[in-house]
Design a protein around this ligand. Structure first.
Ligand code: ATP
Ligand code: MG
Length: 572
């Protein structure tokens, strides 16, 4: 391909609204253009790289025995009502109306569609296992679309769905996808770590996410360097610290704390009550009733764990008015001590780290007052003890006791054992060997294809630009003749090398633009072609060309050996 005949609008300046390196580079290298927040056009070079990623995904899915299909993006709401997700997922659903005012949805994912297909087609265990996948556009009404392709309103996902007759078979299907994912990301030149993930409340059994470690990632991974434990922060556990037994016999004492409404303020003079000796009281609304969530003062609530404990995501933090009406105090002075609750009791969910805690301080449910010498088990009625806190760096690993670390990461893939939630709701039933009707056991497996492309750039770049892994580079080689006059020896050689490399199946772009060498070199580095071959009159006089791997050092090679050298570098 000749540069002048394709379309590569590189930019010298970084567009103001691009925040992270990969987003800046996607725009600067002329790979994508923004239509509006969360919606992007792939330009020719960006599309070439995207197709490479898709092809790797396709090859590995095929190799793992999954069958490619293509489902409609437009979906009827009824199937979402049947699965129970019409309500649960309503915030991310894009809805629209047809001319008859009938409602339609733009699919954010396809469990309902594929399960409906399978329900109509599969009736016997002999037809199982089956795994269907597609590479298709998804729509999600994200609260905060940002970082280019990372969190878009419309993006390309590879989604696969397995159907099995038995738990053991479902386990094998899951493992096959897990292994395929590891190969896919490796072939894309990406370093990923699989981590345990939150299975949510939607009937999931267990799940793993494939994470690309990156400062700019929107996910957090808790990991232990000693035993290898790694989990999404939504799922991660840490060993509950043992409560210090102190003053077990002291009676509760009310004391004035005028103007004190934070844990931090109570830790300051004149009170000097460390955060880990305080009880943090959060008030939530569940099915229009208030519930109290108690944590140690230095701990944070993990809402995903709370959802797991409550068995629903349909809850929210109560407003100050709702709290005042029930507890008679404002946030900052709240507590769960039975004697201070107007109605005597409220459902209390307490984090394990508070078990057995005595000598604690908490709000008195009276503005400007707190209580000290509180013994959790003596003075409060806890309805349920559970792990509700976010794991934090430095806490003990729940597997081996060594200190945990936390790092940011980009979620590029997700494998999920679903069980029978969808097959039961949508009637994907089959007759087993004994002739008994059973729901198929499902798994679902997603890869954000467009996000993966950007994650590759986020991981593979330097101050000059992108450093494409060969497997996904839009072109493997860029030939840069320093004179572009037709029939000049430089151009003749450039065309010859281009033709030879192409005949070996190498994808080459020939920079035939009448631009200064500096401009051409900068562009080829910005775009990040794995190898650049520069041909100038001076070196040609010595019978040489200059070969520069994007991440390596420049070497002069004999012009008639250039092709062989490139093939060697590319492992063709
Ligand atoms: P996230 O936690 O980042 O919102 P998710 O867990 O909701 O993602 P899944 O439903 O697991 O996403 O979707 C499978 C994959 O699709 C994700 O692993 C991710 O790579 C990709 N993905 C999800 N949402 C987006 C988005 N808004 N833009 C681009 N890719 C996305
Ligand atoms: Mg996910």
């Amino acid at each position: 391909m000749r540069w002048s005949q394709t379309f590569i609008p590189t930019l010298k300046e970084t567009p103001a609204d691009a925040e992270i390196p990969s987003h800046k580079l996607l725009l600067r290298a002329g790979l994508i253009r923004k239509l509006t927040g969360g919606l992007y056009t792939f330009l020719p070079l960006g599309l070439r790289a995207l197709r490479k990623v898709e092809q790797i995904v396709r090859e590995e899915m095929d190799r793992a025995g999954a069958l490619e299909v293509l489902m409609p993006a437009l979906q009827p709401p009824e199937i979402w009502q049947r699965s129970g997700r019409y309500q649960a997922a309503r915030e991310v659903l894009f809805r629209l109306q047809d001319r008859a005012k009938r409602e339609w949805l733009l699919g954010p994912t396809h469990e309902e569609v594929i399960t409906t297909v399978v329900a109509g087609e599969i009736s016997s265990y002999r037809q199982l296992p089956k795994n269907f996948y597609q590479i298709q556009t998804k729509f999600r009404d994200e609260i905060r679309p940002r970082f280019g392709l990372m969190r878009a309103k419309e993006f390309i996902m590879k989604d696969a769905y397995s159907f099995d007759a038995t738990d053991e078979a479902a386990q094998i299907s899951y493992r096959k996808m897990y292994d395929a994912y590891a190969r896919i990301f490796q072939r894309c030149g990406l370093k990923t770590i699989p981590v345990e993930a939150d299975a949510g409340v939607m009937g999931g059994k267990f799940s793993h996410e494939f994470m690309v470690p990156a400062e700019t990632g929107e996910s957090e991974v808790v990991y232990c360097e000693d035993c290898g434990y790694a989990a999404n922060i939504e799922k991660a556990t840490s060993a509950a610290p043992k409560s210090e037994i102190r003053n077990p016999k002291s009676e509760i004492e009310k004391f004035a704390t005028p103007g004190v409404v934070t844990i931090e303020a109570l830790a300051q003079p004149p009170y000097h009550i460390p955060a880990d000796r305080q009880i943090k009281t959060l008030v939530y609304l569940l099915e229009s009733k208030l519930i109290l969530i108690l944590l140690r003062g230095d701990h944070q609530l993990n809402e995903a764990k709370l959802a797991g404990v409550l068995g629903t995501t349909q809850f929210r933090a109560a407003t100050a008015e709702e709290i005042y009406a029930e507890l008679g105090a404002h946030p900052g002075s709240l507590g769960g001590v039975a004697a201070t609750l107007k109605s005597g009791t409220l459902p209390i969910y307490a984090d394990e780290a508070l078990r057995g805690a005595v000598g604690m301080t908490t709000g008195a449910n009276e503005d400007g007052f707190h209580l000290r010498n509180v013994s959790i088990e003596r003075d409060l009625v806890v309805q349920q003890w559970a792990d509700l806190r976010l794991a934090q760096a430095g806490e003990a690993c729940s597997q081996c006791g060594r200190p945990l670390k936390v790092r940011r990461a980009i979620e590029v893939g997700h494998v999920f054992k679903l069980g029978t939630k969808y097959s039961e709701a949508l009637g994907a039933l089959f007759l087993d060997e004994e002739g008994k009707q059973q729901p198929a056991i499902m798994g679902c497996y997603g890869i954000g294809v467009t996000r993966t492309l950007q994650a590759i750039i986020e991981q593979c770049n330097d101050t000059d630009g992108i450093i494409w892994p060969v497997s996904v580079a839009p072109y493997a080689v860029c030939i840069t003749p320093l004179t572009v006059t037709a029939d000049s020896p430089v151009m003749i050689l450039a065309e010859k090398i281009c033709a030879e490399l192409s005949s070996h199946g190498v994808e080459v772009i020939l920079d035939d633009r009448e631009e200064r060498p500096g401009v051409k070199f900068k562009d080829s580095e910005l775009i990040g072609f794995p190898i650049r071959i520069a041909i100038g009159e001076k070196s040609l006089a010595k019978g040489e060309v200059e070969l520069k791997p994007r991440a390596g050092t420049l070497v002069a090679v004999k012009s008639d050996g250039a092709v062989a050298r490139v093939l060697q570098l590319l492992h063709v």
